[in-house]
Design a protein around this ligand. Structure first.
Ligand code: NAP
Length: 264
């Protein structure tokens, strides 16, 4: 039976663990060959080898234009011309804005925003020559949709990713390259799972605030990415898809407050 991404070659950044790993698995399940990339080559190789033959793991640090250019060469030599790019690599440093350090700001913005631009430029330019390709950027609800204390740099970077997505979407729409973004709410990655275990994140708070009644799993984000990459989304570009189980649409005063007195 044909699969939605048969014949595609997908590159995923930051795919050594967490959401990126789930995206690599989902793209492979949908028929794509996958260049699994991450900051550390060994993480990328571990994920790629679990996917099996036809996939490859390549070290790629998105915080360096030189490193991205080198990885493009390795991927093209090993697998061919990429037709799908998923910009997932991201970091966060949490702290009050009034004392936030320059180094933390530089790290977060350079990785989350400039890193996305570097990869879009490096792979997108090749897609434009080929006249076809699709890019999905993993942003966040934090920044484009909601504010969250302590996350000034993260929110600025993710808001920037949405602006970049819309701009590239319209700049490249007539040349066969689509560019969209997914905006996840809180996702139960191994790191968040660990934070719950250590009492840093209150699972009940997040679940209670989410109309769907559970945390998002990495696979929920991965399925949305596959949808945007597929021909079913062939006329969708420059758009954002929130993946949050209703978290940002929820307007009640507190969890469970679904019926107002006025409606009685
Ligand atoms: P994660 O578990 O920390 O994984 C991030 C991955 O990105 C790691 O493999 C990491 O490698 C890699 N990475 C970091 N800096 C990199 C760089 N300079 N170059 C290449 N790779 C780099 O994070 P996650 O929770 O899966 O998040 C993935 C994406 O989803 C991020 O963009 C994040 O902002 C976004 N997101 C996450 C959530 C959530 O609740 N988890 C919600 C909304 C959006 P190392 O291990 O070597 O650092």
């Amino acid at each position: 039976m044909p699969r939605p991404l048969d014949g595609e070659l997908a590159v995923v950044t930051g795919a050594g663990k967490g959401i990126g790993e789930a995206i690599a698995v989902a793209l492979a399940d949908a028929g794509a060959r996958v260049a699994v990339t991450s900051r550390r080559a060994e993480d990328a190789e571990r994920v790629a080898s679990a996917l099996g033959a036809g996939h490859a793991g390549v070290g790629m640090d998105v915080s360096s234009s030189t490193a991205v250019a080198a990885a493009v060469g390795v991927i093209v030599d090993a697998l061919g011309e990429p037709t799908v790019l998923v910009n997932n690599a991201g970091v966060n440093r949490i702290g009050p804005a009034e004392t936030y350090a320059d180094d933390d700001w530089e790290l977060v913005v350079n990785t989350n925003l400039t890193g996305v631009f570097r990869a879009c430029r490096a792979f997108g330019s090749r897609m434009l020559v080929a006249g076809r390709g699709t890019i999905v950027n993993v942003a966040s609800i934090i920044g484009p949709v909601v504010g969250m204390p302590g996350r000034a740099a993260y929110a600025a970077s993710k808001g920037g990713v949405v602006g970049l997505t819309r701009t590239l979407g319209v700049e490249w729409a007539g040349r066969g390259v689509r560019v969209n973004a997914v905006l996840p709410g809180p996702v139960l990655t191994p790191m968040v799972h660990d934070a719950i275990g250590r009492g840093i994140v209150d699972q009940a708070d997040v679940v209670g605030r989410t109309p769907a009644g559970r945390f998002a799993l990495p696979e929920d984000v991965a399925r949305a990415v596959v949808l945007l990459c597929s021909a079913d989304a062939g006329f969708v570009t420059g758009q954002t898809l929130v993946v949050d189980g209703g978290y940002t649409a929820y307007g009640a005063a507190h969890p469970g407050a679904t019926i107002t007195k006025a409606a009685e």
